[in-house]
Each structure stands twice: as structure tokens, then as C-alpha cells.
Design a binder for this molecule. Structure first.
Ligand code: ADP
Ligand code: MG
Length: 432
């Protein structure tokens, strides 16, 4: 060992022995004298003096590591011969072994240190596991839990009939594909429902028309009877006249009457046939005044029978709207029919079509029995009727409301029991 490095050796020994588990580090010569030690007061003393029984063998014969475990002090001792090397020859001549390194480890301290270390490792492992679990939860929450919750809410919404539900999941994986398919499925469901609703509504409208026709048929039979009666009596008269004074001019007048009556019959049947047809919807510019007149003509036999006077109050302004003629005629027919039903005998139905604040306002008023405030909220509900037997279907006002809404308009009802009822419709005119 070069002399200049002796200080370094002592420093190294101090550093190594600073480890809590190290009890002692010393270097001894072949006679057992301590040359370096972690305990400075040992230096220069013989090993047997500072630690009796520590060396219980011939030190000079030691040529390999010797290990001892002193159970009473729980010291683990390792003595290692330091062999001479060419670079040491300047100081140590031909000696084979130049010194002995004795490192004593205190096993109790080492065990404590090991246990503390283990505890630290365990704590660190627990922290790492917790962090990993937290991370996994975050990933699971972001990738699975959140989308799954969105699916759950969306399913509930669809189950409750909200068919405009769409999932907003921007995920490229399976969840994203699932969301896309879900959105497509709901879209198709909504389209199917819209188609069914439209078909259903068409059928309801047709059913309502058929009911009206049913009501009118008996009136029609009565009407046809009247006309054919006149035709027959005139024909009888011509026959009698012709028998005594065959005058051609008189026969001509009677023939005019006959053709007139036949014309009336054909007008009534024409209206009925037109009303009973299931027409396809066709939106075009139509004049509401003309539409209401058609409806009045269709219902003329019913109104005449009940002695109901129709009063019209039409504005000079344009009352042209973009709509479907047959649907709007059905609105007038249903409203006049209801008004007529509310009048027991002899009454008045007023139809006014005017401009109001840039909109076209239709008001149908009657002086019939009126509607109680409790029932007023229900009259637009499907199948709500106060009419007995086969007379009412409860679909008329429901259909009217739907038709008006299809035309982007509004309808409301005001009524006083014993005074009469008023239906007010607002529609957008083409000139507005
Ligand atoms: N002008 C009216 N006067 C009194 N009650 C009416 C009038 N219009 C509608 N109603 C009430 O609203 C109900 C529903 O009318 P509606 O939907 O046309 O069905 P329906 O005529 O087949 O009963 C009627 O049964 C009646 O009670
Ligand atoms: Mg009705």
C-alpha cells in the first residue's frame, strides 16, 4: 500500500462503517496488530486485546476468506487476506499476504435495516399499486364507464319515447362503432315511427270522413227522396196535361224543372263523393273563402234539416294560403258539423275569414249549448266525445288540430255554456 494513500484507506473505512449494519471494519497485519480501524482507538493494538476470541486460528496461515458467526453478539465476521500485487512490491517486497481485512456486520442492525428496507419496499409497492389502480380506474372510467353511462341514459330516453336521442361519443374503437350503430338504429326507429304516425293519421282522417259521410247518408237519402218526388209529381202532371192539351211550351217548362232537380241531386252526390275520397296530400295556393264555401255546400242538407242559418263574413283582403284543399275543407266540415250538433233545433253558425295582424284569422261561432270549462281542456284529445252512441268518434277536433299544425297554424276554443262556442284559427297567408 503506497504511503500516500494511507489517509484514503482510513477515509474509505470510515465511509464503509458509516452504514448502520456495519459494526467494525479493520485491517490487521500478519501478527494481528490493527493498522486501520473504523474505531480509531483500536489502531496499533493487537486484535486479541481489543476483541478476545475474535481470531481463534493461526492468522498467518489464512489464505482465503474466513467467516465466523458469533451468536452471543449476533456478529457476522468476514476476514479476507489481502494478497500482494506487482504494484505493491515497492513497499511490501515478496510478502505473499500484506494484510487482513476484517469486516464485522451486526446482524441485528442488518435485520432491522432489512426489515425497514422491506417495509419501505412494501410501502413503495403499495403506493405504486395504488397509483396504477387509480390510473386503471381513470382509463376504465374514461373508456368504459362514461360511455356506458351515456348508453344507459340514452337507452332510458329511447325507452321513454325520446326518439331524437343521439349519442355523442367520439371513440374510434368498439364503443364508437357501437354508438354509431345505436344512433343509426334510433334514427331508423324515428323514421319508422314517423311513417307509422303519418299512416295512422291518414287512416284516422279517413275514418273521420267516413263517419261524417255516414251521418250525411241518411240526410242524402231523404234529400234524393224529395227531389225524385218532385220529378215524379211533375212527370205525372205532364202526363195528365198531355192527355187533354198537348202543348209543347208547357212540356218544355216542366222538363226544365226536371233537369233542374236532377242537377241538384247530382250536386249533392258530387260533393259527397268528393268528400269520401282518400286524397293524397297536395300543398298549393288555395283560397280559404272558396274552401269554406265548398264545406258549406257539402253540409247544406244537414243544416237545412235542422233549420240552421249559416252567416259568412269574408274580408275583401286576400285569404290565400299555401295548403292542402281537402284537409282544410275537412277542418271547415268538422267545425260546422260540431256547431250543428251543438244546436238542438234552429240556430246560427257564423263563419268569418279576415286578416288579423298579418295573419289570416278564421272564426267559426255557433249559438249552441257550449262546453263546460272542465271539458274544454279535453276536446282536442283523440277519442274524446260527449256524443252518444254512434254519433261521435271524438276524432274531429284532434284531426283539425293536427291539420292546422301541419299548416304551421294555431287553433283555440272559447265557450260559454248556454251561449255558444267559438273556434279561432290563425294561419299564415301567402301574401304575409
Ligand atoms: N261547437 C261545439 N259546441 C259544443 N261542443 C263542442 C263543439 N265542438 C266540439 N265540441 C265538444 O268536443 C267534443 C269532441 O269533438 P270532436 O273531436 O269533433 O268529436 P265528436 O264530434 O265525434 O264528438 C264533442 O263531443 C263535444 O263535446
Ligand atoms: Mg266532431
Amino acid at each position: 500500500m503506497k504511503l500516500g494513500y494511507k489517509k484514503d484507506i482510513q477515509t474509505m473505512i470510515s465511509e464503509v462503517s458509516s452504514n448502520e449494519a456495519i459494526d467494525h471494519v479493520r485491517i490487521m497485519n500478519d501478527e494481528g496488530f490493527i493498522t486501520y480501524s473504523s474505531q480509531l482507538n483500536e489502531i496499533g493494538k493487537h486484535i486479541n486485546l481489543v476483541s478476545p476470541h475474535h481470531i481463534h486460528f493461526n492468522l498467518q496461515k489464512l489464505n482465503h476468506r474466513h467467516i465466523d458467526l458469533f451468536s452471543e453478539s449476533n456478529i457476522y465476521s468476514a476476514i479476507e487476506p489481502i494478497f500482494n500485487k506487482p504494484e505493491c512490491r515497492t513497499c511490501h517486497d515478496d510478502e505473499k499476504v500484506i494484510a487482513y481485512l476484517d469486516v464485522d456486520t451486526d446482524l441485528t442492525k442488518a435485520e432491522v435495516k432489512f426489515q425497514t428496507g422491506s417495509l419501505h419496499i412494501l410501502f413503495l409497492a403499495a403506493v405504486i399499486i395504488l397509483i396504477m389502480l387509480g390510473g386503471l380506474y381513470l382509463i376504465f372510467n374514461q373508456l368504459i364507464n362514461k360511455p356506458l353511462n351515456k348508453f344507459l341514459f340514452a337507452f332510458t330516453d329511447v325507452g321513454q319515447g325520446k326518439l331524437d336521442t343521439q349519442l355523442n361519443i367520439k371513440n374510434e374503437g368498439e364503443i364508437g362503432t357501437l354508438a354509431k350503430n345505436f344512433n343509426l338504429m334510433v334514427k331508423q326507429l324515428r323514421q319508422s315511427k314517423d311513417e307509422i304516425d303519418e299512416l295512422h293519421f291518414k287512416q284516422l282522417m279517413h275514418a273521420d270522413r267516413l263517419t261524417t259521410i255516414g251521418e250525411m247518408t241518411s240526410q242524402l237519402a231523404h234529400e234524393i227522396n224529395n227531389h225524385t218526388g218532385i220529378i215524379l209529381s211533375r212527370a205525372d202532371y205532364i202526363q195528365l196535361e198531355a192527355a187533354v192539351d198537348p202543348n209543347l211550351s208547357k212540356i218544355k217548362d216542366d222538363l226544365d224543372v226536371i233537369s233542374n232537380q236532377i242537377e241538384k241531386v247530382s250536386t249533392v252526390t258530387r260533393h259527397i263523393l268528393r268528400h269520401s275520397k282518400l286524397n293524397s296530400v297536395e300543398f298549393k295556393n288555395i283560397d280559404l273563402k272558396k274552401i269554406s264555401k265548398n264545406a258549406i255546400n257539402t253540409l247544406q242538407p244537414v243544416l237545412k234539416k235542422k233549420d240552421i242559418n249559416i252567416i259568412t263574413d269574408y274580408t275583401d283582403d286576400s285569404t290565400i294560403i299555401f295548403g292542402d284543399a281537402y284537409q282544410l275543407e275537412q277542418v271547415f266540415v268538422n267545425l260546422i258539423n260540431n256547431a250543428s250538433d251543438s244546436i238542438i233545433k234552429k240556430g246560427e253558425v257564423k263563419i268569418s275569414i279576415n286578416k288579423d295582424n298579418g295573419k289570416i284569422k278564421i272564426i267559426v261561432t255557433d249559438n249552441g249549448g257550449g262546453i263546460t270549462p272542465e271539458l274544454l281542456d279535453q276536446i282536442f284529445h283523440p277519442f274524446f266525445t260527449t256524443k252518444e252512441g254512434d254519433k261521435g268518434t271524438g276524432l274531429g277536433l284532434y284531426i283539425i288540430k293536427n291539420i292546422i299544425e301541419h299548416h304551421k297554424g294555431s287553433i283555440k276554443c272559447e265557450s260559454l255554456v248556454g251561449r255558444g262556442t267559438k273556434f279561432i284559427i290563425l294561419l299564415k297567408g301567402v301574401d304575409d
